[in-house]
Design a binder for this molecule. Structure first.
Ligand SMILES: Cc1ncc(COP(=O)(O)O)c(C=O)c1O
Length: 490
């Protein structure tokens, strides 16, 4: 039996499930396109696949969940049985059932075996630029001898990479030295280090809503409290509102994605950057700006990095990553601070000691050669974005997309608040997609789904077509045509 590592109560689970019912309303009986137990099982499966409820969590009893969801106990019993059959739940008599992942899910490479037909619209990450990764590792081998003579542990990162990162900042209009840079194992790791250093359990952390899903997970994991300020899909940041929340709630930290925001693609203008820096100085609150997407400018270039607008007294910590410009498989990210990042470096001593030398050497090479492959990558993304937008217009009539100008995602507002049910139905059609609620707190953003356009265009068009079918299922409208149903991939 898989050991339980935590529990979730019926009230919290009900909130997390959002509008899971096939028609988004309390009474699925009218035109239910499929049984409620299956919709509930799919929604629960999605929670664990999305990471919103961790593997190992013990679920509430069938009776308690049925009472909270206002469904019959038989529905919950059947949903749990369905999850047991698919390997997502383990049960033992007298103990609570525990969420698991099926052993049959192949670990890697992810694109073989049973998973091969699944379309992964739940990740916004491009594949590797072959040539540059190849050249980068050849360069790493050539540079290796002096590193091999040492023990290979560089807690702050190898100097060659820190210099390459500093050069990128300087080129983007913010003079930076290698001493200001700490190399991390990706931006997500960078955020964990920042939280470890700045935030105490129970502290409030201000976030934009929507925001990157991993940010919410990291804040929660740290036992801090995310406080959301809405980000308008068309008009973007409301910094008056943000300042009011800072005054009222006294957050310990503000987290922002100012450049080609994930999931909306929005870009904070120069005036907004300056204002956010002033708020940092006036209220003595650090701003952590995640620039993971900063180099993915599709319609217009980003202004100078946010930290370059900082007046005296502001504390701006910048997080970056090679994951979107180069490849997430490198696991290379970084933190840039105004002075030296010593306390952040110390925070990694009990975490992972240091990053891998060869990956750092390859990443440094790739960053120094961005000009060789990034323009072509941006062209492909523009094409893919147009394909995704056309497919949304065709298959999700009435939906609108955010006014993003770069990045990797379309943030789609659906005509009806059935984001979770749509994602759950899409999983049944062979497409994994993140519901809007993954990017917000307390079950908000039910009208949204995120459509990344990092997949090849033909897969993307097909994926959106299936998401359209899933939306129709979720709203109880016409179900997929027989033609589409024949091609279901589970
Ligand atoms: C805004 C943002 N921050 C951080 C991350 C995590 O990046 P990394 O792969 O560098 O950990 C992502 C990945 O999607 C992201 O979009």
């Amino acid at each position: 039996m898989f050991p339980a590592t935590g529990t979730i109560g019926a009230a919290t689970l009900t909130k997390q499930l959002g509008a899971w019912r096939p028609d988004g309303g309390p009474c699925p009986a009218r035109r239910a396109p499929r049984p409620a137990y299956l919709a509930l099982a799919e929604a629960l499966r999605l929670l664990v696949l999305d990471g919103r409820v961790p593997v190992g969590t013990a679920l509430p009893s069938e009776r308690a969940l049925a009472a909270h969801l206002d469904v019959s106990r038989t529905t919950v019993t059947a949903a749990y049985a369905e999850l047991r059959d698919s390997g997502h739940l383990q049960s033992r008599q007298g103990a609570r059932s525990v969420l698991t992942l099926p052993h049959s899910v192949p670990a890697e490479p992810a694109d073989t075996g049973a998973e091969a037909d699944l379309i992964r619209l739940n990740v916004a990450a491009p594949s590797a630029p072959d040539q540059i990764v190849h050249d980068g590792y050849r360069h790493a081998l050539e540079c290796a001898p002096p590193y091999l003579a040492g023990i290979g542990l560089y807690p702050g990162g190898i100097r060659a990479l820190r210099e390459a990162i500093a050069r990128r900042y300087t080129d983007r209009g913010m003079p930076t030295t290698a001493e200001q840079v700490l190399v991390t194992s990706g931006a997500q790791h960078a955020l964990r280090l920042v939280l470890d250093t700045l935030v105490h359990p129970g502290d409030r952390v201000l976030i934009e809503q929507p925001t990157h899903h991993g940010t919410i997970l990291a804040i929660r994991r740290h036992n801090a409290r995310p406080v959301a300020v809405g980000l308008h899909p068309e008009h973007g940041w409301d910094l008056d509102q943000l300042e009011a929340v800072v005054k009222q709630q006294n957050p310990r930290m503000i987290f922002t994605i100012a450049d080609f925001h994930n999931p909306t693609g929005l870009l904070l203008d120069e005036a907004g950057r300056a204002r956010l820096c002033e708020i940092s100085a006036r209220y003595r609150v650090p701003v952590v700006v995640d620039e993971t997407m900063a180099e993915l400018a599709l319609d217009r270039p980003a202004p100078r990095p946010l930290a370059s607008f900082a007046p005296r007294g502001a504390q701006i910590i910048t997080i970056g990553s090679a994951s979107k410009t180069v490849w997430a498989g490198l696991r290379v990210g970084w933190i840039r601070t105004e002075t030296s990042p010593d306390s952040l470096t110390a925070a990694r001593h009990d975490m992972d000691l240091a990053g891998a030398v060869f990956e750092q050497l390859a990443a440094g090479y790739a960053l120094d050669h961005l000009g060789d492959f990034l323009p072509a990558r941006l062209d492909s993304l523009r094409t893919a974005r147009a394909v995704a937008a056309d497919a949304v217009a065709e298959h999700l009539p009435g939906a609108t997309t955010s006014a993003g100008v770069g990045g990797l995602c379309l943030w789609v507002t659906l005509p009806r608040p059935v984001g979770t049910a749509t994602a759950a139905a899409a999983a049944g059609l062979g497409v994994r997609i993140a519901a809007g609620s993954a990017f917000g707190i307390d079950g908000a953003l039910e009208r949204n789904i995120r459509i990344p356009y990092s997949l090849p265009p033909d897969q993307l068009a097909r994926a959106v077509e299936l998401v359209g079918a899933a939306y129709r299922r979720a709203t109880g409208g016409t179900t997929a045509s027989p033609d589409l149903a024949d091609q279901l991939v589970v």
